[in-house]
Design a protein around this ligand. Structure first.
Ligand SMILES: [Zn+2]
Length: 213
């Protein structure tokens, strides 16, 4: 079998939450479900496909990517992964959630596993290669799958790239991550973004707005 990628657009930031599965083996990446309907939608997909959720993975810990963390820990698994340099990002969310209007935000315990550059993750038939890609957030990582796709969070967007004006963000660092990591992947690699449509490394390598910086 090969991997199946299911995307959901959740919360006021239209954040893309991904379920990647192979057979019944699954992981949830960046759960942004916030309201009941979104939580139910995610749960229904998992149940209807009889998926076993092995882990919750986080590309980084901005609020829109972790709004559904507590829900997923409670309903699927506590086995979760975050890069240590994004622990402060995670811990800050509780302080500013209300400012963004997320009054029902429930802070979740920190993920119980750390991630590091070049790490290999295996969950049943699913395997990912982790790459450390800071710049948008200090502990940002991406998850590459050998079927030829990458879940890249908020590093690259179709035609654009993640903002660098949030705490721990830095343009030069992001540029380095894009040129040294993302643009080194095969050009036909499909890039699944934290917001908006998917794209490919080939398309972004020659047209992305980052090239003007
Ligand atoms: Zn972000």
């Amino acid at each position: 079998m090969s991997a199946i990628i299911q995307a959901f657009s959740f919360n006021g930031f239209q954040e893309n939450t991904y379920v990647v599965s192979d057979g019944r083996d699954a992981v949830i990446i960046d759960p942004g479900c916030y309201i009941k309907e979104e939580q139910n939608m995610l749960k229904a997909y998992i149940e209807e496909n009889a998926l076993k959720v092995h882990a919750i993975l986080f590309t980084h810990a901005h609020i829109d990517h972790i709004l559904g963390a507590q829900f997923c820990f409670e309903h699927f698994t506590k086995n979760s992964f975050l890069h240590p340099l994004d622990v402060p990002t995670w811990e800050a969310v509780e302080r500013y959630a209300a400012v963004y209007g997320f009054h029902a935000f429930v802070a979740a315990e920190l993920p119980n596993n750390t991630l590091q550059d070049q790490q290999k993750l295996e969950f049943g038939k699913l395997a990912f290669q982790v790459y450390f890609t800071p710049g948008h957030a200090p502990g940002h990582v991406i998850f590459y799958h050998s079927d030829g796709f990458v879940i890249n969070g908020d590093v690259l967007f179709k035609g654009s790239f993640g903002r660098v004006d949030l705490p721990g963000g830095d343009l030069q660092t992001l540029k380095n991550s894009i040129h040294n990591i993302l643009f080194q992947l095969p050009e036909d690699t499909v890039v699944y973004c934290g917001h908006g449509p998917a794209t490919t490394i080939g398309q972004e390598k020659y047209t992305n707005y980052i090239l003007q910086f």
